[in-house]
Design a protein around this ligand. Structure first.
Ligand SMILES: [Zn+2]
Length: 260
């Protein structure tokens, strides 16, 4: 009974926080006009999923994009704390490709990481690779791991919450990441990006524990689909800065230390 009451009160408080902050935002952006209140518009996970896609598609750029992301993160921080008080540190992080180790990371000692003026809020500037690629055994490029006869599982390195998912991709698509997942790790104040999946099995708002399955690896994405590209996971981590910037961090040493 006490648990039920606690859960109910948490839900109501979460709803209150989301509702009031949404109202304040709508007032700011609509010049005080009455906010449009639908379930979806109140859900910060639905809003940030759309925002990340609009930034990807260059519909929103620069400071406008940054401001909108910051606003949603405030809501998500409040809601997440009420949903999941368990904290995870880097010591809990798991290797993101099940059955594989850091030895399958491309390049030498993590030198595949090239941040080169990466700007999350301005995709036109992207001529960089602020990420690591982890290759699987798939000689005939059929998405099936040659050692297990199954697709490789992609799991979350960290805890946190899923904030954006792209689950539709066709070979004619120009999307570089193909089918991907963004996870906001609230504890480390950073964002994980897992790209080139065959199937994504989570959705925005899903709260995660380290090692939880996110997807099965594939070859989706403009370049990942091409024959010259061996089957791999592209994993990137962006650290949230106090001014709202998302700065890439080399995950190599964390991948070396990650649990299995
Ligand atoms: Zn890559």
């Amino acid at each position: 009974m006490t648990l039920l009451l606690k859960s109910f009160l948490s839900s109501m408080l979460c709803f209150f926080i989301l509702s009031t902050s949404r109202f304040a935002d709508n007032q700011r952006f609509n010049g005080g006009a009455k906010p449009i209140a639908t379930c979806d518009s109140l859900n910060p996970y639905v809003v940030i999923d759309r925002l990340f896609k609009d930034i990807r598609d260059k519909k929103i750029v620069g400071d406008t994009a940054k401001h909108l992301v910051m606003n949603q993160l405030k809501r998500i921080d409040s809601c997440y704390l009420l949903q999941n008080p368990v904290k995870y540190s880097k010591k809990d992080w798991k290797f993101p490709v099940k059955g594989y180790t850091y030895k399958e990371i491309g390049g030498r000692n993590g030198n595949g990481y090239i941040p080169n003026k990466f700007d999350f809020y301005d995709t036109l500037k992207r001529k960089s690779h602020p990420a690591q690629d982890i290759f699987v055994f798939d000689k005939n490029q059929d998405n099936i791991d040659d050692r297990t006869g199954k697709r490789a599982d992609i799991v979350s390195m960290s805890g946190g919450v899923v904030i954006c998912v792209e689950n539709s991709w066709e070979p004619t698509s120009l999307l570089r990441g193909g089918k991907y997942v963004w996870v906001y790790d609230v504890d480390s104040r950073g964002f994980f990006y897992y790209a080139h999946n065959d199937t994504v099995c989570v959705q925005p708002g899903d709260v995660l524990v380290p090692g939880q399955k996110l997807a099965e690896l594939g070859r989706t994405g403009l370049n990942a689909y091409k024959k010259r590209s061996p089957t791999h996971l592209h994993i990137m981590y962006l650290k949230l800065q106090s001014n709202g910037d998302l700065a890439p961090v080399n995950l190599y040493s964390d991948l070396v230390k990650a649990k299995h």
